[in-house]
Design a protein around this ligand. Structure first.
Ligand code: B3K
Ligand code: ZN
Length: 854
């Protein structure tokens, strides 16, 4: 258990307090004698004084929940001072050999951090600070060392980082030649089978590839292996980065707090991001597997070979690696479609965070629990900053800077200053102002106004960033703004240009002999800002029809849909005909790829609309939002039914299912059409599709269409019958029901499902499916009874002592509480206060609830 200190008494770690560690490490040797309740860990560390530190006479090692059996220095027993969190010991001023033995209990480790057990298999999760639950060690990323590991145990497969060494009955040895911080350590042991492959690097080195899964799952690994091979090749071709060990192992585990972990040479994955077959995984699952396999693989260079000096620099590895996986997925699939999907995610998660009580800089200044800072801001906004840098310096200069980064910093633990210095040295630019993006939280607003006089169009730009907790005043940031002009006849007049705006105000002018041109601004979403620009519905419809920038074409449709929904919510208006006819045009335009058309016709979700209304100074009413969306959906179905029906038929993909982007795009468009049509055909098409589907994408898509129109009881039962033994598919089943339940029934549906014997709530995937599903049901979550708030608080209180990390993450369900009316605010506050008042609450959850309440 972590300390149960109240919020104000909590010890914050500050960036400004960074000090180098007293010692450096030459090598680490570990021996594990595995046993579920009493694993013994012997550790030998060769320390020498760190010239960058001053005191070399005291050693302080992190350690939590360890039973110290023995400790020696240069083979002489010592008796360190031991607390709940560390030990301290007097040491010789020069180099010395530290040896310790500890005992740990993997079975009772339900927090899934350190060494724990999942379905009888041993596995580890050390990032950020889990290694201290395995042995006494300087558990900080700037202490890098080579590791040799011997594992003794009766499991048939015994894995650790690096290259394999000796192995035999009941033991295996591993050696990792690359110095690494402790957070990249991993150990896995269990009854596993491998789906194997091979890769030859650009330097001619052979690499054995293995995906390790439980027996019975080996036929679901093809896609992950293929994605790994494509990632390895892509990183060689695009970044010149080759793999550096003789083996690359990936293990799938069922109990995991997040998506996956990039341990050196031994990636550990949540099984949902590895296992896939056409019958059990959706197109979206395949896409995520591809993206996450790539992400963890790319960390081998951006994260592992070059790591972070301290956890404040987390975006150094995460922002860059997300950017790289986004590039990869764009190259594998469709760049514009990928960009739109990424921006949708950014707005749904990062903008929500950046405009609420949890707003923090991409490089934070302090934290209580670092696990609470693996956020959309660090990851996704961090990736946007890399993208902006690339746009500002240009592609060729970006490549040059990256080459210098790898050359200069290989083997080091670095900072954002190091990263920016590389760009400054390589391009000769001054990036002092750009650095504000790392320091200032909050989403900048870009106000755009226009005037047209004497054949000159003047575009006035003004940037400002609203205050966020702890950061009242903001300085202007460097905003790359891609823009272009269109002739009112629909033709492109200029192509795309780029303005690098660095002042609070700026201007673009455009002289023309003809009629007033139409501005298209922030093309490709060239910076993570909110554009404030008043436009008529007709102007938006024009851009949706004619913009040559695919992102802005989609964006025009999106803002148009929001305008329409807003006026439906506010004035009970009927949907503007110009919107319906613009949708019709997009649907019929066969020059547009199906995946893109599917994105264009998707309506904004309820949470997005709640934020939109709140930003417009209104108090969102969840029922009114849902009602307007339902009405608009029906109206679109009625007006555009013919074209939607045609699309539904035409987008059926013939032949056996394949998870390629083209097929996935067709299915996405087909299912979007179905979502509308089910509101007017009594669910007939969805029922037929559910019956006939030979793949999970269409099966689950059909079920969702039925549930969204309050039908599908029969199909829910049939689905359960078919899939009750497949845990990943059953997670989908749980989520669909809580997410799509009618608002007044959502809490009750969730409560009933939670009472089932198979609701194994200690499994994070299962917990997230059920409770996360309810949280994703905007109308249900915010139902006026407050039943969902209560239920969620009950469950978070129950989960907290078992798994603080997952609990803390899920408190973000409440982060938008200030948007709503006084009654709902009161009920959400009460739920959070009840969580906060729980005796023994974890430091993780306590910090989060405290920040959300403000
Ligand atoms: N680096 C890990 C995340 C670790 C989270 C620790 N709470 C996965 C990733 O970003 O690739
Ligand atoms: Zn990562």
């Amino acid at each position: 258990m972590k300390d149960a200190a109240p919020q104000d008494a909590q010890q914050a770690t500050r960036l400004s307090d960074y000090r180098p560690f007293s010692h450096l490490i030459d090598s680490v040797k570990m021996v594990f004698r595995l046993s579920p309740d009493a694993t013994r860990v012997r550790t030998e560390i060769r320390f020498r004084p760190n010239p960058a530190a001053t005191d070399h006479t005291t050693l302080r090692l992190d350690g939590e929940k360890l039973r110290l059996i023995s400790a020696t220095i240069d083979r002489t027993p010592v008796s360190p001072d031991v607390t709940d969190t560390h030990l301290t010991c007097a040491v010789p001023g020069g180099p010395f050999l530290w040896e310790s033995e500890v005992e740990i209990a993997p079975t009772s480790n339900t927090a899934l951090e350190g060494l724990y057990m999942s379905n009888g298999m041993y596995c580890t999760q050390c990032e950020a600070e889990g290694f201290r639950k395995i042995t006494y060690y300087p558990d900080r990323p700037d202490v890098m060392a080579t590791f040799s590991v011997r594992i003794e145990g009766d499991a048939p497969v015994l894995l650790s980082n690096g290259n394999p060494g000796d192995s035999g009955d009941g033991f295996a040895e591993w050696h990792d030649p690359w110095p690494k911080p402790a957070y990249l350590f991993a150990l896995v042991a269990g009854d596993l089978v491998a789906h194997s492959g091979q890769f030859t690097t650009m330097h001619g080195a052979d690499v054995a590839l293995n995906i390790w899964v439980r027996p019975g799952d080996e036929d679901k690994c093809d896609y992950a292996l293929d994605a790994l091979i494509r990632s390895m090749k892509w990183d060689e071709e695009v970044y010149g980065r080759a793999y550096d060990l003789s083996v690359f192992n990936i293990v799938a585990v069922d109990d995991f707090n997040m998506g996956a972990m990039e341990n050196k040479g031994l990636n550990v994955f949540n099984s949902r991001y590895v296992l896939a077959s056409p019958e059990t995984a959706t197109d979206l699952d395949y896409e995520r597997i591809e993206g996450i396999i790539a992400h963890e693989y790319f960390h081998n260079w951006t994260g592992n070979r070059i790591t972070c000096r301290d956890w404040f620099q987390l975006c150094l590895k995460e922002g860059l690696t997300v950017f790289r996986d986004q590039q990869f997925s764009g190259d594998m699939r469709s760049r514009p479609v990928k960009r739109i999907a990424d921006v949708l995610q950014l707005r749904a998660r990062q903008f929500r965070e950046d405009n609420g009580p949890l707003a923090h800089p991409v490089r934070p200044e302090s934290y209580v629990e670092i696990n609470n800072f693996y956020t959309a801001t660090i990851y996704e906004k961090g990736a946007e900053l890399i993208g902006m840098l690339k746009r500002i310096v240009g592609d060729a200069e970006y490549d040059k800077a990256l080459a210098l980064y790898f050359e200069r910093h290989d083997g080091q633990a670095c900072t954002i200053e190091d990263w920016l210095q590389v760009f400054e040295d390589s391009t000769g630019r001054d990036l002092t102002q750009f650095k504000r993006w790392y320091q200032q939280p909050g989403t900048p607003r870009l106000k755009v106004t226009e005037s047209f006089d004497n054949n000159r169009l003047t575009v006035n730009l003004r940037q400002y960033t609203p205050p966020t907790p702890g950061h009242a005043a903001k300085e202007p940031q460097v905003i790359p703004i891609a823009f272009g002009f269109l002739h009112p006849d629909g033709n492109d007049m200029t192509g795309s240009e780029m303005l690098i705006m660095d002042k609070a105000e700026d201007q673009i002018t455009f002289d023309t002999k003809g009629p007033r041109p139409v501005l298209s601004i922030l093309r490709g979403f060239s910076a993570p800002v909110i554009v404030e620009r008043e436009m008529t519905i007709e102007q938006r419809a024009f851009l949706l029809a004619h913009d040559t920038d695919p992102f802005n074409r989609w964006e025009a449709g999106r803002t148009l849909a929001k305008d329409v929904l807003t006026s439906m919510v506010v004035d009970g208006a009927t949907p503007a005909p110009v919107f319906l006819s613009a949708l019709d045009k997009v649907l019929r335009d066969e020059t547009l790829e199906p995946a893109f058309r599917s994105l264009c016709i998707a309506l904004p979700g309820d949470d997005d609309m709640a934020q939109t209304l709140f930003d417009a100074g209104l108090t969102p009413d969840p029922d009114a939002i849902r009602d307007a969306r339902q009405r608009l959906t029906r109206e679109i179905a009625e007006t555009n039914g013919d074209v939607l029906g045609g699309i539904f038929d035409a987008m059926a993909v013939p032949g056996p299912y394949a998870p390629d982007a083209k097929g996935a795009g067709a299915r996405a468009l087909r299912l979007s059409a179905l979502g509308f049509l089910s509101h007017i055909d009594g669910g007939a098409r969805a029922e037929r599709l559910f019956e006939a589907a030979d793949n999970m994408t269409e099966q689950v898509g059909a079920l969702a269409a039925l549930l969204a129109t309050e039908k599908g009881d029969e199909q829910v039962a049939a689905f359960e019958n078919q899939w009750r033994d497949d845990r990943l598919v059953m997670d989908k089943w749980l989520m669909l029901q809580t997410m799509l339940a009618a608002p007044e029934r959502a809490a009750e549906v969730t409560r009933d499902l939670a009472a089932r014997a198979d609701f194994d709530w200690k499994n994070p995937n299962r917990f997230r499916s059920l409770i996360g599903g309810l949280a994703g049901n905007h109308g249900g979550l915010h139902h006026e009874s407050g039943a969902a708030y209560e239920l969620i608080a009950d469950w978070l209180i129950r989960l907290d002592p078992v798994n603080p990390q997952t609990t803390a993450r899920m408190t973000t369900i409440f982060e938008t509480w200030r948007r709503y009316d006084a009654d709902r605010q009161g009920m959400m506050r009460a739920a959070m206060e009840r969580i906060a008042a729980t005796p023994g609450l974890s430091r993780d959850t306590d910090e989060m609830v405290g920040r959300i309440l403000g």
